[in-house]
Ligand binder design. Structure first.
Ligand SMILES: Nc1ncnc2c1ncn2[C@@H]1O[C@H](COP(=O)(O)OP(=O)(O)OP(=O)(O)O)[C@@H](O)[C@H]1O
Ligand SMILES: [Mg+2]
Length: 363
């Protein structure tokens, strides 16, 4: 359906796409993930010619859209695009927003455009909002209208660029549900997203972007559970793991707690588990271990969340001679640490730089 050959995109200060070669098939639902600045937006903007590629070819249904003299507007109509910001016309009602392009560009009659518009609003759960103006709607509702407006053009493929990243957390779910329905109905889609759970759940293919292109292309089980290439592995590991190093007694304790909270939110960890992780780290790491450390020292805290069991493994590794913190005489802190955890196990590995290792499981 779409074939990309040797696509290159240069900006004066960056070359986000060096040499992209890929084929996208009808019915593919592709999640595009990767670090910021790796060309995810650039790729989908090149696909529908919102950006002029520096070199290379893009074919849509066998027609080369990058060819000089090609009727870009006609081919572009096969592709819908949904952005982070919905760009609805504020002076038009919801239904007018949806009707305008099909009437202007597809030559539909007013009645046809209206009927189709109402049907699509029903599909995104907003049939009763047809006569509203956008500014009285929530962000999630506006984005659902934007999706309906895109569908009204009957595109063969829809390109999404972070469709939920401008929304309040409470509204992400309703927009994701609409996209999930489209995926179930076999709509061909490319979705740039930072929501990994969602990315995994809806797609049959993932593009991990890095190093100037699609660095690894595979099914979600490969990319998320067993990535083949090194950088993909690092990226996925960093998503699941929070690491924090402490080398001074007056480290930024509040900043660390904030990071734990953000990490927790990202993974939808329950508030109770987040609280237990914080309580455990405060008692075990700060009260018991840190209070004994003599400079120079290093403490490395690693928090890894397991989706399967909704629990977290917290590993604290630190330098210095063997010290078993579970044998501390600070009984109160030890009691609180135990209360926050399922189990705490200590071991010492003398050949390691951070030879003291305390592992805890937290629910
Ligand atoms: N119009 C532009 N002019 C100059 N440089 C640009 C332009 N658009 C993007 N870039 C650069 O190209 C690179 C890739 O940008 P792009 O927006 O595609 O990244 P991204 O993967 O979508 O990142 P993010 O996850 O932050 O959205 C970046 O280094 C960016 O600064
Ligand atoms: Mg982007």
């Amino acid at each position: 359906m779409i074939r990309i050959e040797h696509l290159r995109k240069e900006y004066p200060t960056a070359v986000p796409l060096k040499d992209v070669n890929v084929e996208i098939h009808k019915g593919d639902v592709i999640s595009v993930i990767g670090p910021s600045g790796t060309g995810k937006s650039t790729l989908i903007r090149c696909i529908n010619m919102l950006e002029q590629p520096t070199s290379g070819k893009i074919f849509v249904d066998g027609e080369e859209i990058t060819e000089k003299g090609c009727d870009v507007a006609r081919i572009r109509r096969k592709m819908g695009m949904v952005f982070q910001h919905f760009n609805l016309f504020p002076h038009m009602t919801v239904i007018e927003n949806i009707m305008s392009a099909p009437m202007d560009l597809l030559g539909k009659s007013k009645q046809e455009a209206y009927d189709k518009g109402i049907e699509l609003l029903r599909k995104v759960g907003l049939a009763d909002k047809a006569l509203n103006y956008p500014d009285v709607m929530s962000g999630g509702q506006k984005q659902r209208v934007a999706i309906a407006r895109t569908l009204a053009m009957e595109p063969e493929i829809i390109l999404f660029d972070e469709p939920t990243s401008a929304l309040d957390p409470t509204m992400i779910g309703e927009v994701q549900a609409v996209i999930r329905d489209l995926a179930k109905q076999g709509t061909t889609m490319i979705i740039v997203t930072h929501e990994m759970k969602f990315a995994r759940e809806i797609c049959n293919r993932v593009f991990y972007m890095d190093q100037g292109g699609i660095y690894e292309d595979g099914p979600p089980e490969q990319i998320f559970d067993a990535p083949i290439k090194e950088r993909t592995r690092q990226f996925i590991r960093h998503l699941k793991v929070l690491e924090y190093t402490i080398t001074s007694a007056d480290f930024d304790f509040i900043g660390f707690n904030t990071q734990i909270e953000e990490f927790g939110r990202k993974h939808r960890i329950s508030q109770r588990t987040i609280y237990n992780i914080q309580a455990y780290i405060e008692e075990m790491c700060v009260q018991i271990i840190l209070s004994r450390m003599k400079a120079p020292f290093e403490i490395l805290v690693t928090i890894e969340y397991s989706e399967e069991h909704d629990d977290a493994d917290v590993m604290i590794r630190y330098s210095g001679e063997a010290f078993d913190p579970t044998q501390t005489d600070n009984e109160l802190s030890m009691l609180l640490a135990e209360r926050a955890t399922e189990s705490i196990i200590y071991r010492y590995e003398p050949e390691e730089k951070l030879g003291n290792i305390v592992e805890a499981q937290i629910h």
